[in-house]
Write a protein that binds this ligand. Structure first.
Ligand code: ADP
Length: 162
C-alpha cells in the first residue's frame, strides 16, 4: 500500500497543547504528517512564520513522521503539490463546526480527491486557542499547562516579561 500523507494546516500563532494533541493523533494514523503553517498577510500574527515553525519543530521533535512547512495562497494548491491524501483539522466547540463546514465544502469543490478528517479536541483543550493564550500571557498569567515550555518562554520574550 502506498504511503499516506496528511496535512495539518493552521496559523499556529503559537502552537498550543490543543494543536499538539491533534498532530500526535494524526501521526498515529497517517504514515507522514506535514504541519503546514499558513502565512496570511491580512492577519497580524504575534510570531513570524520562522518563529512559529521553530516552535512547532521543537514541540514535535519526538514525532519522527512529522515535518513542518509553510505555505501561502490556496491550501488546496499546496495539498495538490504535496500529493497529500488528507487534511486533518481539530474540532472544538460548535462554533468551529459551521466555519469548518464552509471551508470543507469549498475545498472539496477545489480538489475533490482530498478528504478532510476531523479529530474531536481533547476535553482538556476544547476551549483552548492561540488567541486566548496570547490574551492572558500578555499579563504574565501562567500558561504552562496550555503550551509547550519553549512557547511559554517565547511568549515571555515577546511580551518583555523576563
Ligand atoms: P486556523 O487559523 O486555521 O483556525 P489554528 O492555528 O487556530 O488555525 O488551528 C489549526 C487547527 O488546529 C485547526 O483545525 C483548529 O481547529 C485546531 N485546533 C486549534 N486549537 C485546538 C484545540 N485546543 N484542540 C483541538 N484542535 C485545535
Amino acid at each position: 500500500m502506498s504511503s499516506r500523507l496528511a496535512i495539518c494546516p493552521g496559523s499556529f500563532d503559537p502552537i498550543t497543547y490543543g494543536h499538539l494533541d491533534i498532530i500526535e493523533r494524526s501521526a498515529k494514523v497517517f504514515d507522514h504528517v506535514i504541519v503546514a503553517v499558513f502565512h496570511n498577510e491580512s492577519k497580524s500574527p504575534l510570531f513570524s512564520i520562522e518563529e512559529r515553525m521553530d516552535l512547532i519543530s521543537e514541540a514535535t521533535k519526538h514525532l519522527h513522521n512529522v515535518s513542518v512547512d509553510s505555505h501561502g495562497g490556496l491550501l488546496m494548491d499546496y495539498a495538490k503539490k504535496k500529493k497529500a491524501n488528507a487534511l486533518v483539522r481539530g474540532l472544538r466547540a460548535i462554533s468551529d463546526f459551521e466555519y469548518e463546514l464552509q471551508i470543507t465544502s469549498m475545498n472539496r469543490k477545489l480538489y475533490e480527491e482530498i478528504e478532510t478528517f476531523y479529530i474531536m479536541a481533547n476535553n482538556k483543550y476544547s476551549f483552548l486557542s492561540s488567541s486566548v493564550v496570547k490574551e492572558v500571557a500578555k499579563f504574565n498569567a501562567n500558561v504552562s499547562d496550555l503550551v509547550p515550555e519553549a512557547v511559554e518562554k517565547a511568549l515571555k520574550e515577546k511580551f518583555n516579561l523576563n
